[in-house]
Design a protein around this ligand. Structure first.
Ligand SMILES: NC(=O)n1nc(-c2ccco2)nc1N
Length: 320
């Protein structure tokens, strides 16, 4: 029979692979029962060989011991806020200003759904997940690493050839169905129900006991970069494709669009699909695609002048 260390390494690869297929590609490779059997075998082997413990093992997704408070994390690259638009004219003004300042009369944008969850920053070193933090005030956030380890859509080990340092920003969210199911369970068991999925994600991630976080159905989409030593592509859409190759989930709704017409067509398309989406969104995000043009545009305070959030009208809250 293979040496325990080899068997443990093989099981960890198989389980991480199954996680990636299920949570990132939405294309499960093994049935749940098989996943659970492999996980139990790994947990048993790890219990017999504590010298082989690894915080990034798939067995560590069930949550670490609780801490007394959250440590602070300084974001080397501040987490940006977004200027908002509500009317089409504001989008036309945004594009006109960009055309004027870049000299490009048909500027291309990365277009993405605006997830309504909790913004977080993930840090990977040599492809290993080492730290995760909330946005906080954009410069200082809370270290919620143990809680983020329990979110199955967040890879603990990147695939392919990751850079030495990679920080990824994205949104942790609670899918709508999981939110409804959780509230039904909570009502049944006299636990507090959640007001909306966004509160569900925020409340679950800011638990001091990660074992509670592990019981909450959270997911994650990546949408921006933080600190990295990697040589970047020329555009944001290429960066999102690169993050997918590294094993990070990126919304399949992310696309590219050109000029005001392209942006507004995307806004309408996503607006029509909004209620059918499995997660809450509160708008779409337009980002000037070329990094050289972004640099030319710069920032106002901490909101980039090259990006705009175009919000949907607030939805009538479900009367619970
Ligand atoms: N919330 C959300 O879905 N966001 N937020 C950004 C963002 C914020 C700052 C830079 O990019 N992008 C997307 N898709």
């Amino acid at each position: 029979s293979p040496k325990p260390a080899d068997r443990i390494a093989k099981l960890r690869r198989q389980l991480e692979d199954a996680n990636y297929r299920y949570h990132v590609l939405d294309d499960p490779s093994i049935p749940d029962g098989e996943y659970d059997r492999l996980l139990r075998e790994l947990e048993a082997l790890e219990a017999e060989h504590p010298e082989l413990a690894d915080p990034n093992s798939p067995s560590q997704r069930v949550g670490d011991k609780p801490s007394s408070k959250f440590a602070e994390v300084k974001h080397a690259v501040p987490m940006l806020s977004l200027a908002n638009a509500f009317a089409d004219e504001e989008v036309a003004d945004f594009v006109a200003r960009i055309s004027r300042e870049t000299g490009d009369d048909a500027p291309e944008f990365s277009v993405e759904p605006k997830l309504d969850g909790l913004a977080i920053s993930l840090r990977y070193e040599d492809g290993k997940f080492v730290r995760g933090a909330t946005r906080g005030d954009g410069v200082t956030g809370e270290d919620v690493t143990p809680n983020l380890r329990t979110v199955r859509a967040i890879p603990l080990q990147l695939r392919g050839k990751p850079p030495k340092v990679l920080e990824v920003r994205g949104e942790v969210y609670m899918p709508k169905a999981a939110f409804e199911k959780y509230n039904a369970w909570a009502a049944e068991h006299g636990a507090k129900t959640l007001a909306n999925p966004r509160n569900g994600a925020a409340g679950s991630l800011r638990q001091l006991d990660p074992r509670i976080t592990a019981q909450r159905p959270l997911s994650f989409y990546a949408y921006a970069l933080g600190e990295t030593d990697a040589k970047l592509p020329k555009t944001h859409t290429e960066t999102l494709a690169w993050l997918r190759e590294l094993g990070l989930p990126v919304s399949s709704l992310a696309d590219a669009a050109t000029g005001t017409e392209g942006l507004l067509a995307y806004y309408r398309r996503v607006g029509e699909e909004r209620n059918a989406l499995p997660f809450d969104i509160d708008g779409v995000v337009y980002k000037l695609n070329r990094y050289d043009q972004q640099r030319a545009m710069g920032f106002v305070s901490r909101a980039p002048r090259w990006a705009l959030a175009h919000k949907f009208p607030a939805q009538e809250e479900a009367t619970v």
